[in-house]
Each structure stands twice: as C-alpha cells, then as structure tokens.
Ligand binder design. Structure first.
Ligand SMILES: [Zn+2]
Length: 315
C-alpha cells in the first residue's frame, strides 16, 4: 500500500512575519520528517495543481472570490482580519491548497491512490462562504467536497475535523447540505467564539473542555462520531487534519499526543474500508509546534498505511 502526498513549493512563498504561527516552516518540517522516515519508500509525492475560480465558487460566493482575485492584482498587503493577512503570493498558495484537495479526490476516486495527505497552506476550515478569517482564505476541504458532490455525483461525504478550533467555515458552507456529514471536535469555549454547540443532524460537534486528554477525546469519538459514520456509510472521507490539539501546541489547551492522532486516523481507516473502498483525502489545517508537527503527521500517515505506531524508530 502507498499514500499520496500532495504539496507545492509555492505554498511556502508568503510569510506573515516571524511572530505569526502560520509559518512556511510548518510545511518544511512535515516534508523533512516524511522524507527522512522509514516509510519514505511507501509515499508518492505529487505537485499540487491550482484550483480554478470555478472550483472555488462551488463553495464560496462569486463576489468574495472575485474580490480576493482583484486584491491580488495590486500586490499590496491587506489585513482581512487581525490574523489573516493577504500579501503577494497568498492567492497563489491559497489556490494550490484548495486545488490539492481536488487533485487528491481525483486520485482516490480514480483508484490511483487509496489515501492522500495534502501538505499545504494556507489552512482552510475557518474560511466561510464569504469571509476570510483565522489564517484561512479559501475553505480547502469544502472546495474539495463541493467538487466531489458535483463532479462525481457523490451523495454521502463525511468531513472529519479534529483541529483544536471549530471548523466554522466548513459548517457555514454545508449547514444546509445533508449530503455532507460534518464531524468536528474543538476546544470549547474557544476561538472562533461563534459556535452553537447543539447537535443538528448532519453536523456533529464534540466540544472539549480545556485540559481534555486523549482518553476524553477517544471516548467522545467512540460515542458520537463512530456510530454516526458507520450509519452514514460515506462514499468518501475527507479529513481536516489540524494538529493544534497536541499537548505541546502553543495556541490551545488540549492534551493529545501523536498516538491519539494515530488512533483517530486508524478509526477513520476502518470506516473507510467498510464503506468506501478505503478512500480518504486529508489536508493540513492547524498545528503550530514545529518540534512535534512532523511527528504528528507521520503518525497520521502511518495509520493510513496500516503500520504499527511503534514500529518506526522515528516515533
Ligand atoms: Zn486550529
């Protein structure tokens, strides 16, 4: 078995400053960790294609997409919110990040790969239909899901989001789309502070109090997500893979470890095997501790490969 890794060097070209946690270095540490690991020979590396305006407009309002493309022509710096700064090369990276998910979906739907991890930035899950926020410009996972719904006529897509922040953008885009089951775990109360945590059919929240560890996270996943996913029988699983719920992450207060990311990924692999021929496309969201981010992604990809967690000497 192999896993496809999709990335692009142009995703490294914009830099919001040395004190901004969403740095190009994130992608470098992930790539270096994967390439130096003993699973290197099991990985296929692909260069991302950029999403088109048509692709982006399946998930976002036309006027919003047009506005970002117009701003990009001026080559200036725009603060779209206090954390989300658009500068030269941001639009190029954002189109590649969204395009990577589409490319990953094509690869798994055409049976060229079974699992994909997109090592891309900017992240996407905070970007709403008509709003950039929280380091996100286009909602990469939502652009991918919208493409799969239209292009492959899928009727059941699961989006699993274990980033420590609520995927408010993904929820905004699919609030009225019952073909998408959205499972999101997040620290609560916490950024983006606009969450209505009551369960609503195809949207399954797992709010986690500050200090929650792997045991509490796993219990909630087993209680809420797994039965719903088994019952839903997704034709494709997409993962918003944020690693900022790690105990060493500087932005949040949840205490997960590499092994917890391995475990939750394994659970998704089991569901995918039962319902959709193993197809999973995962894309990077958060994760800001550069000393552990590579190891978190390595654990995630090892679970895709169905290798034991302990086997790799890097872990
Ligand atoms: Zn996050």
């Amino acid at each position: 078995m192999s896993v496809g890794i999709i990335s692009h060097p142009d995703c490294l070209l914009y830099d919001m400053g040395s004190d901004h946690p969403e740095s190009p270095e994130r992608l470098r540490v992930i790539e270096n960790t994967l390439k130096k690991s003993d699973i290197r020979s099991l990985l296929h590396f692909y260069e991302a294609n950029a999403a088109t305006e048509e692709d982006l407009k399946r998930a976002h309002d036309s006027a919003y997409v047009d506005g970002l493309f117009k701003r990009a022509q001026h080559n200036k710096i725009y603060s779209l919110d206090p954390d989300t700064i658009m500068m030269p090369f941001t639009l190029r990276a954002a189109c590649l990040a969204a395009g990577a998910v589409i490319q990953g979906i094509d690869l798994v739907m055409q049976n060229k790969e079974s699992k994909i991890f997109c090592n891309v930035r900017p992240p996407g899950h905070h970007a709403e239909r008509n709003k950039a926020m929280g380091f996100c410009f286009f909602n990469n996972i939502a652009v991918g899901a919208s493409y799969a719904l239209e292009h492959y006529k899928l009727k059941k897509i699961a989006i699993v989001d274990f980033d420590v922040h609520h995927g408010n953008g993904t929820e905004d885009i699919f609030r009225d789309e019952s073909k998408v089951l959205f499972c999101s775990s997040f620290q609560y109360p916490f950024y983006p502070y606009n969450i209505d945590i009551k369960q609503q059919g195809h949207i399954l929240h797992i709010p986690l109090l500050a200090g929650t560890d792997g045991v509490g996270f796993c219990e909630s996943v087993l209680k809420y997500w797994i039965p719903a996913l088994i019952n839903f029988e997704p034709e494709l699983i997409l993962i918003s893979a944020g690693f900022d719920a790690h105990i060493k992450d500087p932005l949040a207060n949840i205490n997960l470890t590499e092994e917890d990311y391995y475990w939750v990924t394994q659970e998704m692999v089991k569901i995918a095997k039962q319902s959709c021929g193993g197809r999973i496309v995962s894309t990077l969201e958060g994760g800001y501790n550069l000393s552990v981010l590579g190891q978190c992604v390595l654990a995630h990809v090892k679970a895709f490969l169905e290798l034991p967690f302990k086997e790799n000497s890097v872990l």
